[in-house]
Design a protein. Structure first.
Lengths: 317, 753
């Protein structure tokens, strides 16, 4: 399956919601500890399975995450380690980009997520302990959500309720927010260790997955959040990202500092349904295509981006 | 009492990250995770990819794809009919408090307008750092790499002498802040102490002041509670709030309740039901300071002291060369705009092109209404489905009940709990309680609950200490019941039968837990058997039984040095001085609160001046110089001590370890040989010998020594790890299985000494 070599360490990979063959990769030099960053927009040519670069944008600091716009097929939001949020138009050459650079976060921005239902706004989460709500057309953020006591590593919109999102923080809690409310609506002390990622189930809008430094993934039902519905053990190190399948209710993908990408079915007893150990360094980015069922992408600190069909070996040429 | 860790430290001083170095850590990293070679193999499989700058039909497909808007599937059919959840989430909204809904909806109206007209004017050219690709930067890169990799083996990361990198203050801040946050993700299995040591090693190697750390760890155990506390605080601070009223009310109330017994209620009033976490924390601090001599708390204190001490040491280390660094000048010129990188990617002066793309853009987005329509349609159909689904408020309650049955966990209280999150409700309730004077009873029950919780926490803490600082006894000890296990233990120890001696001495301290000599000997036996964790645990007990025993203090100092716990090491070494009959007077007691390396070292230099004939002082000085990595001075001190005490085998071992640290592995082997001549069953010296051979790239030789050490003490876990590294470095993968299964028979046959 296709592989792409990035000059810097991979940090995040996202499929375009508009083109089944397009994806974007966020990278950072020196593992994001120091140096530049680059956003690559890649194209997957169906004829010869190869990833080709359509365009790349350089940044003065590592890029930690990306989000494609849900309203315009060429817009891309980048979460940059220098605290800025940059908006790129992938249709324009690098010299005309970024089309906007938003400086409000005071620390590294660690995630970005575009509202999938209202499609007019996006949220970013940062090591400055806040989540910010933005629209592409405003020079400043619409709102800042500050309640977490430590870095917010991830924030994701509910796939059905356009006002609800969830945030995952190093303060060991998940918080659920309704942007029409002043404070968070719900606090789930989900893990004993830092929580690095969260995602909503795409079919049951009450289910959230949380991924933690404690190596586990937990599935929560917001209607009854005292105990998790499922605890998925199997990663050997901190779980870095978690992503529910857009096609199958019970399926989710995760990647970890143990260098593997795992697929899970959280409703069955042997939850681990697939393990891919194609990365030779920490696997930190994983995504599942909305447009092609079973198409997975991952990136890691080994500077490689893989795209493969579920069930296949990512390394098979 | 040797310096196993220090030995490996010296090894890493070569070129970090380079796989060809004779560094066992590098080799370990390679062996465990197959870094460089594996990557290269992989790379050849990668199909060549040529960057395509612009694709002609980049836009062509847009229209077709807009039809299949992602996310639209979430709007309707895919949500299964039994998705009661939506109703639940709908219930989230209580009352619109501050017009957030309007603000939120307004976004949509605004974005209907023509937002993109002025949109591109703001294009800011990327201000890139120079690509970090010169030789020193590559060194930095591989150094950071080895830091990241050290997480996988859980092996301490060792300092390296790096060329001057000329990092700017901003760069340093980045490295400092990010590495300390990331380290907490990589090293989750390790103690806070270990993480600090790793990060501090990284920072000190890069000459970065570790003090001004932007984002330290959260205080470990009570993070969750702290959140609630922070939350109750921030709730009070943000804007108009129903709670404000009762805060004032509380103010009046508190005046009336001056007596300390009322703390429980007044506290609850002050911080809300959740705020007692902070009180708990305060309590905990008291507890901690109360029993700081016990077990795990030491490590917390040590972490604090360590940070403070390192900060001081490093603060004195401001290199003037740094100011003259060409790299720094380059960067600062860049930031003033005196330099422009002339690269086709980076032309800061270029204004965004205007004409062509604007029209193109218009075209592209002109079909906006189309998808808007579609969206509206989806919206409508969704609405109708929802109408069918919703059966009024009792509807979702039923659904919830059903869901709960499904979950199998009955928890009727959640509704109440949940509504408490809406502060308005409980604030009211609270007001009622105040007016009814209902506090005496509720306060009591609350206090009970608090006590319970406190107990639980204490129990949990003890449990977590078990992994560290608590002595673990062997089961099935044949010496239990022995009439005089101490004498037996001393005899066995003298004969060099260390593992047997350990058992006998364990029997002794089980019989007489207050016998400091028993514990001390047990600690020494473990140290010589290459098990520092148990050695420290035993020495701590000896220290408890007899806090002023000099040998115990010295052993603890050395063991903590081995484990890279500098603050703890300093504390014991200073204690040694304090309680020494000769030098007690030169150690001012006020120092013991905040120990800095420089002060302690100064005192010992003074002591050595007072009595140059005291070998012990030179030994401690040698250990201290190891702490500050002044190996030449350390070697000198140990050599002086050896002139006074030539028969001290552990001293020869210390000398060897220090020589190994300063990359004099050949000399080190001679020193270890002297130690082994004096004490043939000295497991640690055998293992150290192996390390020295490995450092010189003589892996096959090193294997023999490790196997020998392990034959004498199969419980020396570190030696097993080293053996594995050497086996793979010597390309003896055929023996790895024997190593993994700890099959000593096979190994001894294969590698006789």
């Amino acid at each position: 399956m296709p592989v792409f070599k990035t000059p810097f360490n991979g940090y995040s990979v996202k499929f375009s919601p508009f083109y089944e063959s397009r994806l974007a990769v966020a990278t950072a030099q020196n593992f994001g500890i120091l140096g530049n960053g680059r956003v690559h927009v890649l194209d997957l040519s169906p004829a010869a399975p190869a990833l080709t670069e359509l365009v790349a944008f350089d940044t003065a600091d590592g890029v930690y995450d990306l989000a494609w716009s849900e309203s315009h097929d060429s817009l891309l939001i980048a979460a940059v380690a220098d605290g800025s949020v940059k908006i790129y138009d992938t249709a324009l050459p690098p010299t005309a980009n970024p089309i906007r650079s938003l400086h409000e976060h005071t620390r590294e921005v660690h995630s970005a997520d575009y509202n999938p239902t209202r499609r007019d706004s996006f949220i970013t989460s940062s090591w400055d302990d806040t989540v910010k709500l933005w629209t592409v057309d405003r020079p400043t953020s619409v709102r800042t959500f500050k309640e977490h006591a430590y870095c917010v590593y991830n924030a994701t919109w509910n796939p059905r309720h356009s006002d609800v999102f969830c945030s995952a923080s190093g303060d060991c809690t998940l918080r659920i927010w309704d942007v029409r409310e002043m404070g968070s609506t719900m606090i789930i002390p989900a893990h004993e260790f830092e929580i690095l990622a969260c995602d909503w189930n795409k079919y049951d809008d009450c289910l959230i997955a949380s991924a933690s430094v404690d190596k586990s993934i937990k599935i929560w039902d917001v209607r009854n959040y005292r105990v998790p519905i499922a605890v998925l053990n199997g990663h050997g190190y901190a779980v870095r990202k978690v992503k529910f399948s857009p096609h199958r209710r019970n399926l989710l993908a995760s990647c970890s500092y143990d260098m593997t990408v795992c697929l899970w079915d959280f409703m069955v007893e042997d939850a681990l349904v697939g393990r891919y150990d194609h990365h030779t360094e920490f696997a930190v980015g994983v995504d599942m295509s909305v447009l092609v069922e079973g198409l997975l992408a991952s990136t890691g600190w080994d500077e490689l981006v893989y795209v493969w069909q579920q069930g296949m070996d990512p390394r098979a040429v | 009492m040797a310096m196993r860790e220090l030995v490996t430290g010296g090894a890493a001083c070569a070129v970090p990250g380079s796989s060809s170095s004779s560094n066992p850590l590098g080799a370990l990293a390679n062996a465990l995770i197959g870094s460089s070679s594996k990557t290269q193999e992989r790379l050849q499989e990668v199909p060549t990819s040529t960057p395509v700058t612009s694709e002609p039909n980049f836009y062509a497909e847009t229209d077709n794809h807009l039809g299949a808007l992602p996310g639209s599937e979430f709007d309707q059919s895919l949500l299964p009919p039994n998705a009661q959840g939506s109703e639940f989430l709908r219930g989230f909204r209580s009352a619109d408090q501050n017009g957030f809904t309007d603000a939120w909806d307004e976004i949509q109206h605004q974005s209907d307008g023509p937002p993109f007209d002025h949109f591109y004017d703001r294009a800011a050219a990327p201000q890139l750092q120079p690509t970090l690709d010169g030789p020193p930067q590559r060194v930095l890169s591989s150094f950071l790499h080895s830091f990241v990799e050290s997480s996988r083996s859980g092996i301490p990361f060792h300092p390296a002498a790096l060329p001057l990198l000329g990092l700017s203050e901003g760069d340093k801040k980045c490295i400092r802040d990010r590495s300390s946050i990331m380290a907490r993700h990589f090293f989750a299995d390790q103690s806070e102490d270990f993480i600090n040591a790793q990060v501090n090693t990284l920072l000190s190697s890069l000459e970065i002041d570790s003090d001004a750390r932007g984002k330290g760890p959260l205080p470990g155990r009570f993070r969750e509670l702290e959140d609630y506390w922070n939350e109750s605080q921030s709730m009070r601070n943000t804007g108009p709030h129903p709670a404000d009223g009762w805060v004032a009310e509380y103010g009046q109330h508190r005046v009336a309740h001056g007596d300390p017994d009322a703390w429980a209620h007044s506290f609850e009033q002050q911080h809300g039901a959740n705020g007692w976490a902070s009180e708990f924390e305060r309590e905990q601090v008291l507890l901690t300071s109360g029993d700081q001599m016990r077990g795990g708390n030491i490590s917390n204190l040590a972490a604090m002291e360590q940070t403070r001490m390192l900060a001081q040491t490093l603060a004195q280390n401001h290199d003037p060369k740094f100011q003259n660094s060409r790299f720094l000048q380059f960067v600062s010129k860049m930031s003033r705009g005196e330099l422009i990188i002339d690269d086709n990617q980076v032309k800061p002066a270029t204004l965004p092109a205007s004409g062509d793309w604007a029209s193109e853009y218009q075209q592209q987005y002109n079909n906006g209404p189309a998808w808007a329509d579609e969206f509206a349609r989806n919206e409508a159909s969704r609405e109708s489905i929802e109408a069918k689904l919703s059966r009024g408020p009792e509807g979702w309650a039923d659904e919830f009940a059903a869901a709960q049955e499904q979950q199998g966990s009955v928890d009727d209280q959640w509704v109440n709990e949940f509504s408490k999150l809406h502060v308005g409700d409980w604030a009211e309730e609270f007001g009622q309680q105040i007016s009814e004077g209902a506090f005496d009873t509720s306060g009591d029950s609350w206090a009970n609950a608090y006590d319970e919780f406190l107990n639980e926490q204490v129990v949990a803490k003890v449990r977590s200490d078990a992994s560290r600082g608590v002595y673990v006894f062997s089961d099935m000890n044949p010496y239990v019941g022995h009439p005089n296990p101490l004498k037996e233990g001393q005899e066995l120890f003298r004969k060099g039968l260390l593992s047997e001696a350990v058992l006998a001495l364990e029997a002794e301290v089980l019989k007489n837990p207050e016998n400091s000599e028993g514990w001390r000997l047990l600690g020494i036996a473990h140290a010589e058997n290459d098990d520092d964790q148990q050695a420290i645990a035993a020495m701590m007990r000896a220290h408890e039984a007899e806090p002023t025993n000099l040998e115990v203090l010295l052993s603890l100092g050395v063991s903590h040095t081995n484990e890279l716990e500098q603050a703890a090491a300093l504390k014991y070494l200073y204690g040694w001085l304090r309680h020494h009959p000769k030098y007690g007077t030169i150690a001012p007691p006020e120092l013991s609160d905040s120990l800095y390396y420089a002060d302690v070292a100064r005192l010992f230099v003074e002591a050595a001046r007072l009595s140059p004939e005291d070998a012990d002082v030179h030994i401690v000085l040698g250990v201290l110089y190891n702490l500050s990595r002044q190996y030449d001075k350390a070697i000198e001190s140990f050599q002086t001590a050896l002139k006074l005490k030539p028969q001290d085998y552990s001293l020869w071992n210390k000398l060897g370890a220090t020589q190994a640290n300063s990359v004099q592995s050949a000399d080190a082997i001679l020193a270890y040989q002297r130690a082994l001549d004096l004490k043939p069953n000295y497991v640690r010296a055998w293992a150290n010998m192996g390390i020295s051979y490995a450092n010189q790239g003589m892996y096959e030789e090193s294997v023999r020594y490790y196997v020998r050490a392990l034959a004498m003490n199969p419980k020396a876990d570190n030696a097993w790890q080293y053996l594995r590294i050497s086996l793979s470095s010597a390309s003896r993968n055929d023996m790895l299985e024997a190593c993994d299964s700890r099959n000593l028979d096979v190994l001894q046959k294969e590698f006789p000494l």
